[in-house]
Design a binder for this molecule. Structure first.
Ligand code: KIV
Ligand code: ZN
Length: 554
């Protein structure tokens, strides 16, 4: 990298719009959406989709609720042309869905595009030509007037042909993109757009789409918003236009640029699922839609089955969704940090009680709204706290560790996870718990236990194996646990202790039902230790929990 990048790069000039209005606007309704997955997304794939894959994606886009879908560039290849024909001839396009096709301002390409659309109910013909100074200079070697001439001639060629579609019953809408708009002088973008408008003659009743692409992000999103507001305020006949945004993500601000562009007055948004597209990608339309949703604005798109949508996307495009991709990534509803896990756990519990406005810390939306499960929310690694560990045991295995026991088991589990050096599964966590508490059979292992009570005084007789030797011990108390504690201390020689907490829960329903008992004991030196036991008999589960605590107390 250069020590002085200004020798090679310069900031993009600001737009002269001192009374800009977009900063004080807010969004209250969703824009019109147009998916460009099958065109802009597809053309960016190392191996573009075949007809079968495009059909699968088309159906998925329809299911999400897209009403405008750019299906391709039919003049560019036989596959693209064939895809249009399949869609139309097999009646695959729902009544309320409009297909859109991209074309350059060239006669042969326009002719082919029109042919590919014959028989469709409603279509958008989308013509573009590049307008930025760099394109004019390096790519076309044309003056501004010549570039306007290209657009006007292309617009006229389309105008001359659409009657063929209209006469056969197709409703046609026209769209123009001054490609590389964001790098174009706004005054020239206005001039060329108005020149196209002069040919197509849109009216408020029969609007045309003016798509203003951020083909390559060259500035901060506020500059794009200024460009959009400038055009919206200065272009003639604004009321006959649907102003459309089409952002890419070169500076990582495609979503921000789109949102600010909407504040600046645009009506429509083009983008792709998960942001597939040239270079850094197109706008991820899911993000803008979900950002509206999380503000309580219905986006008019439905991503309830996010996992399935991702599978379809990965299957058809060969691309992957990054784990931390907003809303769709595998890890976006997952917290590893202990304090986050604790807050989420409390927030979810609070939300479950009140069911009002979503206010769960660290989760911008309810994962359930995207078909994700709560149990995906918390995963455990060495950074996790007791809250996450307890949540995982409870949500996966119904093991409800008493609060104080969580404080004991949390650090123990953390050390074990740290030793593994990776994330652990719920099954591994349960195995750790079992090994630490349930399977503690040294020095004492319970063989047999029996207790009888007469007038509130219980006598227990039990046999235990201690260091390989079987021993029978007896004791008395005001309950079976107290009698067993008495037997251990008086007869078994275990240093004095008392039971300070006892909790039990059932683990599963049906004949296999077992009980899980938790016992906290306090040794003579004041130290507390937890134990746990499992048995189909609740009394035996609690006695085993005492043995577990005694064994752990050492
Ligand atoms: O990014 C772009 O400018 C485009 C146009 C063809 C709309 O994809
Ligand atoms: Zn694009």
């Amino acid at each position: 990298m250069l020590r002085d990048p200004s020798a090679k790069y310069q900031p993009f000039p600001l737009i002269d719009l001192p009374d800009r209005r977009w900063p004080s606007q807010s969004l209250s309704v969703a824009p019109l959406w147009c998916s460009v997955d099958l065109r802009d997304g597809n053309q960016a794939l190392a191996v573009p989709m075949n007809v079968g894959q495009k059909l699968e994606m088309f159906d998925a886009l329809v299911k999400c609720g897209f009403k405008e879908i750019e299906v391709g560039f039919p003049s560019a290849s036989n596959t693209e042309f064939a895809f249009n024909r399949r869609l139309i001839e097999e009646g695959r396009i729902p009544e309320d869905v409009t297909i859109q096709c991209l074309v350059q301002a060239r006669e042969d390409l326009i002719e082919k595009t029109v042919q590919s659309l014959m028989g469709a109910k409603q279509v958008i013909i989308h013509m573009y030509n590049s307008t930025s100074p760099a394109q004019r200079k390096h790519v076309f070697g044309m003056t501004k007037e010549q570039i306007v001439g290209v657009a006007v001639r292309g617009a006229q060629m389309i105008q001359d042909r659409i009657h063929r579609l209209e006469e056969s019953g197709t409703r046609v809408m026209l769209q123009y993109s001054p490609e590389s708009f964001s790098a174009t002088e706004v005054a020239f973008a206005k001039e060329i757009s108005e020149a196209v408008m002069a040919v197509w003659k849109p009216t408020p009743e029969r609007k045309m789409i003016l798509n203003l692409p951020d083909t390559v992000e060259v500035a901060m999103p506020n500059v794009y918003a200024d460009q959009i507001e400038w055009i919206c305020r200065n272009i003639t006949n604004r009321e006959s236009l649907i102003v459309s945004l089409h952002t890419h993500n070169d500076r990582g601000t495609g979503t921000a640029a789109t949102e600010l562009g909407l504040l600046a007055g645009a009506d429509r948004v083009e983008g792709t699922l998960f942001g597939n597209g040239e270079r850094t990608g197109n706008l991820d339309i899911v993000q803008v839609a979900m950002n509206l949703y999380m503000h309580g604005i219905s986006p008019g798109l439905d991503f309830s089955d996010m996992n399935r949508l991702i599978q379809m996307y990965e299957r058809t495009t060969g691309m992957t969704v990054a784990p931390r991709h907003p809303y769709s990534g595998e890890l976006v509803f997952t917290a590893f940090s202990g304090s986050h896990q604790d807050a989420i756990k409390k927030g979810l519990a609070g939300y479950e009680k009140e069911r009002g406005i979503w206010d769960v810390p660290y989760l911008t939306i309810d994962p359930k709204d995207l078909g994700r499960e709560y149990r995906e929310v918390i995963r455990v690694n060495s950074q996790s706290g007791k809250g996450g560990i307890a949540y995982m045991l409870e949500s996966e295995y119904d093991i409800e560790l008493p609060k104080d026991m969580q404080r004991e088991f949390g650090p123990l589990a953390n050390d074990l996870v740290d030793g593994l050096g990776r994330e652990v599964t719920a099954a591994e966590l349960k195995a750790m718990f079992w090994k630490e508490y349930i399977e503690r059979t040294t020095p004492w292992a319970l063989h047999h236990f029996h207790a009888d009570g007469v007038d509130g005084v219980f006598t227990c007789r039990c046999s235990l194996v201690a260091n390989g030797e079987e021993r029978g011990i007896t004791g008395k108390g005001n309950g079976p646990i107290a009698a067993f504690v008495d037997a251990l201390i008086q007869d078994g020689g275990v240093p004095a202790f008392e039971v300070t907490t006892f909790r039990e829960q059932s683990l599963s329903a049906g004949t296999e039902a077992s009980a899980l008992a938790y016992v906290q004991i306090k040794r003579g030196d004041g130290k507390t230790v937890w134990g746990a036991g499992v048995d189909t008999n609740i009394e035996l589960a609690s006695i085993k929990a005492v043995v577990s605590a005694v064994n752990r107390a050492g």
